[in-house]
Ligand binder design. Structure first.
Ligand code: HXC
Ligand code: NAP
Length: 286
């Protein structure tokens, strides 16, 4: 989507960059000229992705093992990235943990785990890099990956909803507070984009047939990874320099379909509307 050198000279740190959407975004950032650091728990997965992506794009990818919940790990990751590339310009907080469950079945540890990965992980990296950018007066760019239920909430994924809402609040708060340091903060709220990580935990096989996620999306399909990568690349690039504190939804209209009181009327066949209209008009005469 962007011109080929749009991210030339930039170093981008993507948490959870070894798999799924993080991997897709990283690939496109590299194609646009950036170098990348990918960080998550599983070093073997990261190393495989790093090799694959640098072979495909000719750019450098540094894989670093890091549990985003642990601020010492996070600080070490940032230091190692700076040692390798001299600086980190852009942070993409993409790592997440999630699974479906009735809330009353959750232990406090289950809440801690999800909130730890999503919210604590995001503030650990944001603080670590933010302080560095402020001290060095370089400015920087933050992109947080949230979800559409960050503002609607959602049953059955309550720890994730609470944590993502926190991340969204942080995005908007820091957009104002840190603008004076040249730091921008934005977020993307994706709708359904099939990935193994999300699908295994949110749409297990036996539920997939019962609830076809495509039916919830007005455009009638799920998202393609490149579509998300296009938006992410724009938001981290200097082309979006005036976009700050925004959350951009990319969901084919899914959440609005769920929100509209009468959207379910699409289930009514066209031929029934004559009868319905007569009945409704009839009410005016009574
Ligand atoms: C109830 C569960 C559970 C389940 C785990 N727990 N799974 N409770 N139902 N299905 C409980 C455990 O019993 C334990 O509590 C606590 O949660 C921590 O579990 P661990 O397995 O010890 O945690 P850990 O090894 O750190 O693994 C983290 C994880 C796992 C989040 C549970 O799923 C993971 O690694 N996820 C990473 C990838 C991921 O989730 N990707 C999807 C993102 S999709 P106790 O008390 O028993 O010790 C997304 C988008 C959503 O966010 C929007 C889609 C449209
Ligand atoms: P995914 O492939 O499972 O990605 C999650 C990543 O987070 C993994 O690479 C995982 O790597 C990493 N991670 C988990 N716990 C971690 C920890 N403690 N420390 C460091 N890294 C950790 O799922 P995805 O679908 O691509 O999700 C990517 C982002 O998109 C998430 O923020 C998710 O909430 C968001 N999202 C996805 C969808 C969708 O439909 N797919 C919709 C809305 C929002 P390790 O296992 O190696 O740690």
């Amino acid at each position: 989507m962007l011109r080929e050198d749009a991210l030339e000279g930039k170093t981008i740190l993507v948490t959870g960059g070894g798999t799924g959407l993080g991997k897709a975004m990283t690939k496109y950032f590299l194609e646009l000229g950036a170098n990348a650091i990918i960080a998550s728990r599983k070093l073997e997965v990261l190393e495989k992705t790093a090799k694959e992506l640098s072979e495909a794009t000719g750019k450098e990818v540094l894989p670093l093992a890091c549990d985003v919940r642990n601020h010492l790990d996070v600080d070490k990751t940032i230091q190692a990235g700076i040692e390798k590339f001299g600086k980190i310009d852009i942070l993409v907080n993409n790592a997440a943990g999630n699974f479906i469950s009735p809330t009353e079945r959750l232990s406090p540890k289950a809440f801690d785990t999800i909130i730890g990965i999503v919210l604590q992980g995001t503030y650990n990296f944001t603080l670590g890099l933010g302080k560095n950018w402020i001290e060095k007066k370089t400015g920087g760019t933050i992109l947080n990956i949230v979800t559409t239920y960050s503002w609607t909430g959602s049953g059955y994924v309550v720890p994730s909803a609470a944590a993502k809402a926190g991340v969204l609040a942080m995005t908007r708060s820091l957009a104002v507070e840190w603008a004076k340091y040249g730091i921008r903060s934005n977020a993307i709220a994706p709708g359904p984009f099939p990935t193994k990580g999300a699908w295994d935990r949110l749409f297990p096989e036996n539920l997939r047939k019962k609830f076809d996620v495509k039916n919830k999306v007005p455009v009638g399909r799920v998202g393609e990874h490149q579509e998300l990568a296009n938006l992410a690349a724009y938001l981290v690039s200097d082309f979006s320099a005036y976009v700050n504190g925004e959350v951009i939804t990319i969901d084919g209209g899914e959440w609005l379909k769920g929100a509209g009181e009468f959207n379910h009327l699409e289930l009514i066949p066209n031929e029934m509307w004559d009868t319905i209209e007569q009945m409704v008009r009839g009410a005016n005469k009574k």
